[in-house]
Design a protein around this ligand. Structure first.
Ligand SMILES: [Zn+2]
Ligand SMILES: [Zn+2]
Length: 442
């Protein structure tokens, strides 16, 4: 008896007391085994067979089949090519996890054995090469991994899980809106919480990053139409020059971010297109400016949009344009801010910390003011959401780059490359832990 007790104590000393960490080792091992058995092949299939925005037909039907065989009830063609998969598992909240499915019009040059050779006719009828150059193949493979894990561990959570395969995040950034407008919440229920992640080439594989503020900026497409009064280029006093007025508008717009926003508040006003004129000695009738405007809050968005209107109209006025021919500002659509709900992010982060250790968090800052369309799903009505990033590049690659070697390719590059095993594994593990936190056994 004593001897048996001694052996038991020794064993406990050797392997440690049963703890959250060891439960978690089991989760990691299970996901790893699933990667070797199924998810690895599935990732390569998705990577080699990418599809353009809104024509993700084969991707959606394969994803639907995978989720069905994991035990989910799947509806296809929601918001054109989107899919919704539901698993009801007792009382509790409805939690949604979204993965975007589309590739990009990029010819893959990664040299990987499973590189895409595909070209495809896009939604506008034009044929382009297509590549998973943003890692959405990691997202959908992880969604399947999450589905399989959650189905296998139904005893350890309670509630309803909704998995979404979303079209067209990239090119027309309108897939989330298309699904939302297809009565998504009316048909399938409005989630209590919403989650999504993006794999990030700039973050070390195995690490997680989550912002306690905006995960992505809101973006507005704005056009400024500047009327002119045509004249001979040698007689400028007979006309009003739209190129000069447009140029003054471009310069004056720079004061919006530098002088009108709180210096701690991010914002971008970029004039990406300036179109005017067709002959050197003619003062034309019109100039057109096309802008992208980025903001992380409604207040900043309003300051920038109102400022653009004020500057455009009054610069025209100052140039002496008549009141009925002043510059016009037209909003051409956009996406809302992807807001991270602070208390939800804190809740999930502390569960990740408890289960995966402090070291799981990447030393990372948001770069630039990139946009996403996830906000269409969470803004109106407001759904507390957490959008996180999963590292996709092994540490050795960063070391190689730092030593002057091959740079780590960025997203949307033809050389883009994600290390699939650790990315998919971390994607599934992080998601499953978050879901279990939000859907505890009742
Ligand atoms: Zn992208
Ligand atoms: Zn992307």
């Amino acid at each position: 008896m004593m001897q048996r007790l001694m052996i038991s104590l020794t064993l406990i000393a050797l392997v440690g007391l049963p703890s959250l960490a060891s439960a978690n080792d089991e989760l990691i091992a299970a996901v790893k085994a699933d990667y070797d058995a199924h998810l690895g092949t599935l990732f390569k299939h998705f990577h080699a067979n990418p599809e353009h925005s809104f024509v993700e037909h084969k991707t959606a039907s394969r994803l639907a089949a995978e989720l069905r065989s994991a035990g989910f009830e799947v509806t296809e063609k929601v918001g054109r090519t989107g899919i919704v998969a539901i698993m009801e598992n007792g009382p509790g909240p409805l939690v949604m996890m979204r993965a975007d499915m589309d590739g990009l019009p990029v010819k893959e040059l990664s040299g990987l054995p499973y590189a895409s050779q595909a070209t495809q006719v896009n939604d506008d009828g034009q044929e382009f090469p297509v590549m998973h150059a943003c890692g959405h193949d990691v997202h959908i493979t992880s969604l399947v991994g999450t589905a399989r894990r959650m189905a296998a561990e139904k005893g350890s959570w309670s509630g309803t899980l909704m998995l979404i395969g979303q079209p067209a995040e990239e090119w027309k950034i309108s897939g989330a809106q298309a699904m939302h407008q297809d009565d998504l919440w009316k048909r399938f229920g409005q989630p209590d919480f919403a989650l999504a992640f993006h794999v990030a080439a700039a973050i070390e594989a195995g690490k997680i990053f989550v912002a306690e503020s905006a995960a992505y900026s809101g973006a507005d497409s704005v056009d400024i139409i500047v009327p002119g009064i045509g004249a001979h280029g040698a007689s400028p006093h007979r006309g009003k020059d739209p190129i000069l007025i447009g140029s003054q508008i471009v310069v004056a717009l720079q004061q919006l971010v530098s002088r009108e926003l709180d210096p701690r508040e991010p914002g971008v006003v970029t004039v990406g297109v300036f179109r005017a004129g067709n002959k050197r000695n003619i003062i034309g009738e019109e100039a057109v400016l096309e802008l992208t405007v980025r903001s992380d809050s409604t207040k900043t968005r309003q300051t920038l949009l109102e400022g653009i209107e004020r500057i455009a109209v009054n610069t025209g006025r100052a140039a002496g344009l008549p009141e009925d021919r002043l510059p016009r500002v037209e909003l051409r659509g956009g996406v809302p801010v992807t807001v991270n709900d602070v208390s939800l992010v804190k809740r999930i982060s502390s569960r990740w910390r408890a289960e995966l250790g402090d070291g799981v968090f990447a030393d990372h800052e948001r770069q630039g003011m990139g946009a996403e369309d996830f906000g269409f799903l969470t803004t109106d009505p407001y759904i507390p959401s957490a959008y996180f990033a999963i590292g996709g590049t092994p540490k050795e690659r960063f070391d190689e780059e730092a030593a002057g070697g091959k740079p780590v390719p960025s997203h949307h590059s033809p050389l883009f490359e994600i290390s699939p095993e650790p990315s998919v594994r971390s994607g599934v593990v992080a998601t499953v832990i978050a879901l279990k936190e939000l859907m505890p056994v009742q």
